[in-house]
Design a protein around this ligand. Structure first.
Ligand code: AMP
Ligand code: FE
Ligand code: FE
Ligand code: ZN
Length: 279
């Protein structure tokens, strides 16, 4: 079982990188990608534990990007970690997310018993801050019962507490992943419940600058959307991946609930600059 999209406490997952590796092994996942939002500091801890528990590790990240105002998540796999353009993107986005979280915390503090300190207490050193951490602060303060409730109500983009953050253009991020020797794959391209999504023409333009795959098998897609994405991938010659987008206890997603074929994994391994770490 190959699961190419998971999160740890390095971004908005609820388990440490090592814990995610242990849980992957326990769930019968033999190859797992750690793809924290805009951050790669979890790679080493994950690698050490993956070797211990006997799972193969694909090192990656989920990069926040924007196309015409649409928030687009780009998975990058097996890229060289020291490549400057890509690292600058990740660092810039983390900084923008930090400022945005502080602004949202200030807005929330006017109406709820949460403040910036409480939000910071929900995240570790170097963690990419997102709305999930604001949600955790609201849960800690007893304002809502769960992350889910926070997202459905207070943290919804239509609400006055929502603030946007800057991110690189998707096409530039695709180029940066390729220049760093990595494999760029669009995460959950048609997940409409997260907001506006790209259309087929936009995916075609990203393909023209080097996009290599579409994450079709994902819980946020209907069977019709999966078929549509498979059709686009077939037409453009893109890889089709699947994943759980695991966030630990932060989301209902279960490890291995959607997965990627061994043939596609072999293709990703072939194209990536870094090896898959095998136990
Ligand atoms: P942000 O990018 O900071 O605006 O927050 C979006 C992140 O929140 C995504 O990475 C999702 O994984 C996460 N997210 C979205 N909806 C939910 C939800 N209902 N419960 C928990 N996490 C969510
Ligand atoms: Fe997330
Ligand atoms: Fe995502
Ligand atoms: Zn994700």
């Amino acid at each position: 079982m190959i699961d190419l999209h998971t999160h740890s406490t390095v971004s908005d997952g609820h388990g440490s990188p090592a814990q995610v590796m242990r849980e992957a092994a326990a769930a019968g996942v033999d190859t797992v990608a750690l793809t924290d939002h805009d951050q790669i500091i979890g790679w080493d801890e994950a690698a050490a534990e993956a070797a211990q528990v006997g799972v193969s590790l694909v090192r990656g990240a989920e990069i926040s990007t924007l196309t015409d105002g649409v928030s687009v998540h780009l998975l990058g796999y097996l890229f060289r970690p020291a490549e400057s353009a890509l690292l600058e993107f990740l660092e810039g986005t983390r900084e923008a997310r930090l400022n945005r979280a502080r602004k949202m915390a200030d807005l929330l503090s006017r109406d709820f018993p949460v403040d910036w300190e409480l939000v910071q207490a929900q995240a570790g050193e170097g963690t990419t801050l997102g709305r999930p951490h604001l949600a955790d602060a609201l849960v800690a303060a007893g304002v809502v019962a769960s992350r889910d409730e926070a997202f459905a109500t207070i943290l919804n983009p239509s609400n006055k507490y929502y603030v946007r953050h800057a991110a690189p253009a998707t096409a530039l991020a695709v180029r940066a992943v390729i220049e760093a020797g990595g494999v760029p794959v669009l995460a959950h391209p048609f997940a409409v419940q997260r907001g506006r999504t790209l259309d087929e023409a936009a995916i075609e333009r990203l393909h023209a600058v080097g996009l290599m795959g579409l994450e079709a098998y994902h819980r946020d897609h209907t069977p019709q959307q999966v078929e549509q994405l498979r059709g686009i991938a077939r037409r453009l010659g893109l890889l089709v991946t699947g994943s759980s987008d695991y966030h630990g206890t932060g989301k209902p997603n279960r490890l291995g609930e959607h997965y990627t074929s061994p043939e596609v994994l072999a293709e990703i391994a072939d194209r990536g600059a870094l090896p898959i770490l095998r136990p």
